[in-house]
Design a protein. Structure first.
Length: 80
């Protein structure tokens, strides 16, 4: 049987990969760097929030991260 943290470790690895392989270099750098620094500290509910953020398209994320538009209210979480 796998230890309880094994599921979270696997999930973090998958999210880290998805963060670095988005499609646009700018978002890869922003999300990948964030993932490298913070994913290991996020609890399961925070991982849920981050995973939902990864479902957004790169152009929308870039506009939000650059301050051109406010992030959608659904992403107004402790992670963002």
């Amino acid at each position: 049987m796998n230890p309880p943290d094994a599921h979270l470790d696997t999930r973090r690895k998958r999210l880290r990969f998805r963060s670095w392989h988005r499609g646009t270099k700018e978002i890869d750098l922003l999300l990948g760097t964030f993932a490298d620094r913070y994913l290991s500290d996020l609890c399961e509910s925070e991982l849920d929030c981050y995973e939902a953020l990864l479902l957004e398209g790169d152009p929308d994320l870039f506009k939000s991260f650059s301050g051109k538009v406010a992030p959608p209210a659904r992403h107004d979480t402790e992670v963002l």
